[in-house]
Design a binder for this molecule. Structure first.
Ligand SMILES: [Cu+2]
Length: 75
C-alpha cells in the first residue's frame, strides 16, 4: 500500500514550520510532509492488527488523542 501525506500549512505555521508527520510506531513507519508539499511511502504490512498513527511534529503526537487515527491491517 502507499500512503501519501500532504501538508496544507505553509512555512510560517507555528511549531514545525508547516511540516506534518504520519507515524506508526509498531510498524516502524514515518512520513514527514514538507510545508505545502507531499511525501509518500509504499510498504507491505507484514502483520494484521490495529495501529495508531499520529503527528508528533506539531499536532500533539501520541499525547493528543483527538489528533490520532487508526490504521487497520486485514488479511
Ligand atoms: Cu501535524
Amino acid at each position: 500500500m502507499t500512503v501519501r501525506l500532504t501538508s496544507v500549512d505553509n512555512q510560517f505555521h507555528t511549531d514545525g514550520g508547516g511540516q506534518h508527520q504520519w507515524a506508526v510506531d509498531e510498524l516502524g513507519l514515518n512520513i514527514v510532509a514538507p510545508a505545502l508539499g507531499s511525501e509518500s511511502l509504499t510498504f507491505i504490512p507484514d502483520q494484521q492488527g490495529t495501529y495508531t498513527f499520529y503527528c508528533d511534529i506539531c499536532c500533539g503526537g501520541r499525547a493528543n488523542p483527538t489528533m490520532q487515527g487508526t490504521l487497520i491491517v486485514e488479511a
